[in-house]
Write a protein that binds this ligand. Sequence first.
Ligand code: GTP
Ligand code: MG
Length: 193
Amino acid sequence: MIIKNPKFEISAVGKNQYPKGDLPEIVLVGKSNVGKSSFINTILNRKNLARTSNTPGKTRQINFYNIDNLFYFVDLPGYGFSKMSKQEQIKVGNFIEEYLLTRKNIKLVLFLIDIRHLPSENDKLMYNFIINHNLPCIVIANKADKIAITKVDDQVNLLSNELNPLHDLTFLPFSSERKIYTEKVWENINNII
Ligand SMILES: Nc1nc2c(ncn2[C@@H]2O[C@H](COP(=O)(O)OP(=O)(O)OP(=O)(O)O)[C@@H](O)[C@H]2O)c(=O)[nH]1
Ligand SMILES: [Mg+2]
């Protein structure tokens, strides 16, 4: 897929700020620091379109990136960022929930987990939220560069068994660091748009 002109469009903390129109939206969810914003840059082959950071808690609003007027990538704040005040965690949790539950444009959730670790309690809560609300979802096991390439497939299977014993979701490895496994992700995105 050749992307010509991906653009940041707007940050939102509530419904009235979401973009108008009915372009499909592909949403990045997952814990803080798992690599959601980096994913957007990598998959689009751009360096600094989405802002990333070594320290968790970089993304604090719902950021909409317009991808050639074909679809939006929607970058969400991560969960499990303990340095956020309790009050801010509740506020952020509420506007994320509002978005995920009310936004009809959502065509796919890309749920990022860290390939190295079994899903945390928060990951399991997010998984249940996605399943219970029938959100179409693909799980991305990110930071695949952190394990031996020969172990990637087994580890993806292990995570899939742990999180999704019914095996009704697609699990794909990914690495922003090495920019690998992007083709399979694009195949899945193309099917949606
Ligand atoms: N090794 C490795 N590091 C990665 C990968 N993807 C992201 N990172 C690093 O992980 C850190 C966090 O990346 P972000 O993309 O900002 O993470 P995020 O999920 O958007 O975090 P929040 O905005 O806090 O929710 C950065 O230091 C990235 O360089 C990857 O595939 N491999
Ligand atoms: Mg981010």
